[in-house]
Design a protein around this ligand. Sequence first.
Ligand SMILES: CC(C)(COP(=O)(O)OP(=O)(O)OC[C@H]1O[C@@H](n2cnc3c(N)ncnc32)[C@H](O)[C@@H]1OP(=O)(O)O)[C@@H](O)C(=O)NCCC(=O)NCCS
Length: 318
Amino acid sequence: MHLRDFNDSDADYRALVQMENQTWPDTPTTVEAQREMAAARPDIRWDQRVCEIDGSVAGFGSCGEAFWLGEPGTFHVYVVVSPAHRRQGIGSRIFRDLLNQAPAADIRTLNSGCREDQIGGMRFLQSLGFVAIDRDADSELDLARFEVLRMTERSPDPSPVQFRPLASLTENCPDWLERFRDLDYRIQAEAVAPEPLNRPSAEQFAEEHLNTRDFDPNLCWIALDGSDWIGMTELRPTADDDTAVQAFRTGVDRVWRRCGVATALKLHAFGSAKAKGYAKVVAYGDPDSAVGHIHRKLGFQFQPAWIGMRKPLPSPGR
Ligand SMILES: CC(C)(COP(=O)(O)OP(=O)(O)OC[C@H]1O[C@@H](n2cnc3c(N)ncnc32)[C@H](O)[C@@H]1OP(=O)(O)O)[C@@H](O)C(=O)NCCC(=O)NCCS
């Protein structure tokens, strides 16, 4: 067994792509896509190692600062071993080698992850001391088969709460922008708590939220208790599929939770999307969250979840 640096050759990229596609056949990649990902990485140290057995590639590993997290000292590790060579200690060798190469003093936490149906990958990370910290899954609702009326009859009745599309409130409610900004801020502030969230100015909010190309006030529904705005849900078109909208943001004021408000908001929004001709709603998030449970009840089909994993290191990093 021989470990060496990944070189930028087509041969190394082809071997990596072959192993990735054997491992993740439902999300195939290409040499070009891998090269693009590498080119898009900021100019930071990014170690990549190759394991060869008898001159052919048996595994890869990479380790570098998880720049996308904005947490200095958190490094991301990924290891993949060719299916024919698994359970022979190769993955562990690559992992140890990556840590030996890495700038130990800079590393405080190792970050990695795996899809829950990759049993080997999950067990491997657990055996190295990683623990799960979050769980997110893609899910999809087929709008053609989704019966809004039948689902409404089967859902709790949240009266006296009323539901309106934002498009109609922009015509009938003079201070709609202020109310919408306020509701959106309350929902987001709770989502990021305990981090403080700056309240955007009206101009900022309009610029960042309303004036974007994918904002559609007919796909944004508001829940009202009398004249109080107490909840919202928003769908947005997706960048890569004209037939799909994505569940963008949903929130209900704390005192109104568990009364069926979010379910009713979603039923209205999905009805609008269906009427506009969209074929599906896609979502990404924790299947065990409140919204995940609502989606499951409404008939979303979930893919296996991605499990984010962490391993704290005793300082200085090993
Ligand atoms: C994860 C992966 C790299 C492990 O490579 P490997 O060379 O088979 O790993 P090792 O032989 O070093 O295994 C080390 C330990 O991990 C655990 N493990 C690995 N695969 C396992 C499996 N299929 N079932 C149960 N435990 C497993 C065991 O505890 C094992 O020790 P043991 O064999 O003494 O019981 C390989 O399965 C793979 O390429 N999976 C797809 C990519 C992936 O999921 N990567 C994880 C994210 S970094």
